[in-house]
Design a protein around this ligand. Structure first.
Ligand SMILES: *Cc1c(COP(=O)(O)O)cnc(C)c1O
Length: 222
């Protein structure tokens, strides 16, 4: 069952700091999501395409869905009709596929560039080098049905708060470089999506503008 007291505290804390709060509802039931929805919270995050589609079709239409997981090209069509945001752009091919599908659906989707900052084995996200090489080519400017709004990153899963702080600070630095180099005229490029249940306080210290919080709001996942 959702921890509504935790939610209330998080909402207050994030509103004071003008940070966006995404309640990560992956693996949780529609009933549980409805409990959180009834408090007035409208931003929910999912990391699996079909799960998001199934939930979005049944739940209220004013929910703003955020897709935060690894997205395969053949699943883009399930996600695009339902989402407002996609946090996990990790290769040029996927942003092009999203743009194409969004054009069909006659909508514009806010997207974030996921950048690799952790030192774990499974590398998810662009490296800064890959990202800059792609941006230099300039073809992102032709993607009219996506709005590139900033960056997303995940810190290493560790108790070492010093390391987490270094990684989040690095993401902030990357954001600043990209803003200066490619998006200085784009007022919408302003988001840094970082911080989960275990590390959100550090993320806020390091300049997060969007938190993605699951367990603290919905309870532990099985
Ligand atoms: C599951 C997940 C979260 C939330 O994790 P918690 O530790 O439960 O807060 C945040 N971001 C991504 C990408 C996730 O997959």
């Amino acid at each position: 069952m959702p921890e509504l007291e935790n939610l209330k505290k998080l909402v207050k804390e994030t509103q004071e700091k003008k940070i966006k709060l995404v309640a990560v509802s992956k693996t949780k039931s529609e009933e549980e999501i409805m409990e959180v929805y009834k408090t007035g919270h409208l931003h929910f995050g999912e990391n699996k395409a079909i799960e998001l589609k199934n939930k979005a079709e049944k739940l209220p239409k004013d929910i703003e869905w955020h897709f935060i997981g690894n997205l395969q090209s053949n699943k883009v069509k399930f996600v695009v009709p339902h989402v407002s945001w996609i946090h996990s752009i990790d290769r040029p091919k996927i942003i092009k596929a999203i743009n194409k599908e969004a054009q069909k659906a006659d909508k514009k989707i806010k997207v974030l560039l996921q950048i690799y900052i952790a030192d774990e084995e499974s590398k998810i996200g662009f490296s800064m080098e890959e990202l800059k090489n792609w941006l230099k080519g300039g073809d992102y400017q032709n993607l009219k049905n996506v709005e590139i709004c900033g960056v997303m990153g995940m810190a290493t899963f560790t108790d070492d708060t010093h390391q987490i702080k270094q990684e989040f600070s690095l993401l902030k630095e990357y954001f600043d470089q990209l803003k200066a180099g490619y998006f200085s005229d784009n007022q919408n490029f302003k988001e840094i999506s970082m911080g989960m249940t275990g590390d959100y306080k550090i993320a806020v210290e390091c300049g997060s503008t969007m938190l993605r919080i699951g367990s603290l709001i919905f309870g532990e996942r099985n």
